[in-house]
Design a binder for this molecule. Structure first.
Ligand SMILES: *Cc1c(COP(=O)(O)O)cnc(C)c1O
Length: 228
């Protein structure tokens, strides 16, 4: 669990921002939280918000239409029947986790005339409970992913299994960074994977040490979530 939190949301925003290098983007994970809380976080200076469910995010976006410069990040598994709405309503999709989804997004981006920034979700360690490519699986799919000519690949995203030591966490994040670098070197025309979406409340400091450019922090900002 996150350690005891300073009093106000604004205090927590400031303390987390202070602990991050200026180049790392703090994505406030607002899933299951009301739009009013996003508004409060916006007033405290945050602009990037992460949601795990498309419909829930669209509802909040409607309530927050008056706020400018909000950037919406989809971080949860995307079902294919929600892909069209996701393309329309998100600036970033971190959770592209299969070739079939990528191919669907490729068709939708063309017809919707809106092209979110995309990350490929990978699993540096075996984890049957999570979506995403194993490293070997991703390498095998790269030629087919390259053929998705309308997509803008920006980086890799990873969620680690629970219960790892700090050493194991750091290793897994480093391996993800290395994979992004290898792919970018090998296919510079098709993949510029400079973004690393790694780290959540419990491990974002380690992720930053390993080169994360985006951290996704929920509970440490907003406290415990209500159950979905
Ligand atoms: C919920 C969630 C987070 C935030 O987790 P916290 O532990 O609350 O910081 C980050 N990334 C993803 C993909 C999530 O689903």
């Amino acid at each position: 669990m996150p350690s005891p939190q300073p009093l106000t949301l604004k205090d927590r925003v400031i303390s987390i921002q202070r602990s991050l290098p200026g180049s790392v983007r703090l994505i406030a994970v607002s899933k299951y939280m009301p739009a009013a809380l996003i508004r409060e976080a916006y007033d405290a200076g945050l602009r990037d918000f992460g949601e795990s469910r498309v419909q829930e995010a669209i509802q909040k976006q409607a309530e927050l239409q008056d706020l400018s410069e909000l950037t919406w990040h989809l971080i949860g598994h995307l079902q294919s029947n929600k892909a069209k709405l996701a393309v329309r309503h998100f600036d970033w999709i971190h959770s592209v986790d299969s070739l079939a989804l990528a191919q669907r997004l490729n068709r939708l981006v063309e017809s919707e005339q809106h092209s979110p920034q995309l990350c490929l979700q990978v699993k540096p360690l075996p984890d049957p409970d999570k979506f995403g490519w194993t490293f070997a699986g991703l390498k095998a799919d790269l030629p087919a992913l390259k053929a998705c000519a309308h997509l803008h690949w920006r980086g890799l995203m990873t969620i680690l299994p629970m219960g790892l030591s700090s050493h194991e966490i750091l290793n897994a994040f480093h391996e993800t960074q290395q994979l992004a670098q290898d792919i970018t070197q090998q296919f510079p025309e098709d993949f510029t994977l400079h973004e690393l979406s790694m780290g959540m409340s419990n491990d974002y400091q380690l992720a930053v040490q390993a080169g994360a450019t985006m951290v996704r922090v929920g509970r440490r900002l907003f406290g415990d979530r209500p159950l979905p």
